[in-house]
Design a protein around this ligand. Structure first.
Ligand code: PLP
Length: 438
């Protein structure tokens, strides 16, 4: 039994650092037996995906954006092929940002016709792959170009390969629009700002278009791509981005014709806070925009969410390594840290930490700093209310399905943790084995 220093009991307690019911807490009771089994079987730290929650989140997006909306899952949020495959079975496509993610999408069974390729800086070899895929009669769903320079580089790859090829089918191209809005999110996640490195402004697109830059047999201009940012706390900037994209799309269609048929409105739906707007709220804002401004809707409309689909289903299991009491707080060092979940260090993100207890826990909750095991002061999960902990306790970090495992690093010689699925009936399945540093 851990004895709690009296100092802790005597001190006035500061306001709780998290909501009374932290996100994930309600699901924890149901998942705890599987968590314990998974930790015993595959060790910690470990990434776990609760497939029932994954299915629920995907279904929410589907009901907000039903067909004919194309749903391009952004693999950058979590590129585990088994997850991409599960979504593909539900009719989702994949949105990739590199040749590597393209390979993951293919490995998950997606055909090129269901894969869209965006990415801040594409290499010649990646552009050439897109051209080759078209030459082989298997073009990508589309490729988004970020700048005039990149468009030229794409066209050059086409010319290089052109011998005997007449651009049938061509590479379908969207222009990535920088909508110049101020997204309601963390600065590190706000990509649609005027100063950001992402995409072309409406003025730049107009100039390109008037200069005839899309007039090449190897490409076919299909429309506009916009993404304002991630973890959006409101629908305003997303809707402004949508309006800007629709305006540019209408101008391009007028100049280039009916094959300009697509607008991809990006991702950004938030996860992890009860106050955040749901996918349905984004859809309502879209419908209101169309109705109020009497806007035409393109024949092909798409979204490319990542976070919302996978975040809530993901957990990181970790064990407590040691505990000390300092400055009136319990301080627990656990065996997962910034190498497994970089978001707290990168964005100041907050992920609730829960005790998965098999033992009887008694006594007050303590103001607890949860620290990672990595040699960096920024390797911390912050302050949480937790019972008195002891070495070996199993804890679970919730809302860790997005931008977690895909960001894992080998810093400090750390292994890449195992990834485990929990099936709706409670069965556990190893999705990817731990990779030790060799
Ligand atoms: C262009 C683009 N599309 C989609 C996404 C996915 O965003 P989210 O995971 O917030 O839905 C991102 C995330 O960075 C992005 O940059």
């Amino acid at each position: 039994m851990v004895s709690t220093p009296s100092l802790l009991v005597a001190e006035p307690r500061p306001a709780p650092p998290v909501a009374t019911v932290a996100p994930g807490a309600d699901r924890l009771t149901a998942l705890a037996p599987a968590f314990r089994a998974a930790a015993d079987a595959y060790g910690t730290p470990q990434y776990v995906t609760d497939l029932a929650t994954l299915d629920r989140c995907a279904a929410e997006v589907e009901s907000a954006f039903p067909e004919p909306w194309l749903r391009q899952y952004s693999l950058k949020a979590n590129g585990l092929p088994a997850i991409v495959r599960r979504l593909a079975r539900r009719g989702w496509g994949g949105n990739v940002v590199s040749a590597g993610e393209w390979r993951l999408a293919r490995r998950a069974g997606l055909p090129n016709a269901a894969i869209s390729f965006e990415g801040i800086g594409k290499t010649d070899s990646e552009l050439r792959m897109a051209v080759r895929a078209a030459m082989d009669g298997q073009p990508l769903r589309w490729l988004s170009v970020e700048s005039a320079d990149e468009l030229q580089a794409l066209i050059r790859q086409g010319q290089y390969l052109e011998a005997g090829w007449h651009g049938q089918p061509p590479v379908g191209v969207l222009v990535r629009l920088n909508p110049q809005v101020e997204p309601e999110t963390n600065a590190g996640l706000a990509v649609g700002r005027p100063s950001s490195k992402f995409g072309l402004t409406a003025g730049e697109v107009r100039q390109l278009s008037l200069a005839g830059a899309f007039d090449d047999p190897g490409i076919c201009l299909r429309g506009v791509h916009v993404h304002v940012g991630s973890q959006l706390a409101g629908v305003r900037a997303w809707t402004e981005g949508a309006r800007a994209a629709l305006e540019v799309w209408a101008q391009l269609r007028e100049q280039w014709g009916d094959h300009v048929d697509t607008v991809d409105f990006g991702g950004g739906f938030p996860s992890g806070t009860a106050q955040a707007p749901s996918p349905a709220a984004f859809r309502r804002a879209f419908d209101d925009l169309i109705a109020e401004e009497n806007l035409a809707v393109p024949p092909r409309v798409a979204i490319e969410p990542g976070r919302y689909v996978v975040a809530a289903s993901g957990w990181i299991l970790a064990r407590v390594l040691h505990v000390r009491y300092r400055d009136g707080r319990q301080q627990a060092v656990i065996d997962a840290g910034m190498t497994e979940l970089i978001r707290p260090a990168l964005y100041g993100a907050r992920h609730p930490v829960h005790l998965v207890s098999g033992r009887g826990v008694r006594g007050a909750l303590l103001d607890t700093t949860v620290e990672g095991p990595v040699c960096e002061s920024s390797d911390t999960l912050g302050v949480h209310w937790l019972p008195a902990l002891r070495r070996g306790d199993l804890v679970a970090v919730s809302d860790s399905g997005a931008y977690a495992s895909c960001f894992a690093t080998r810093y400090n010689g750390r292994p890449r943790p195992a990834e485990v699925f929990i099936h709706p009936g409670g069965d556990i399945e190893l999705a990817r084995a731990v990779e030790q540093v060799s």
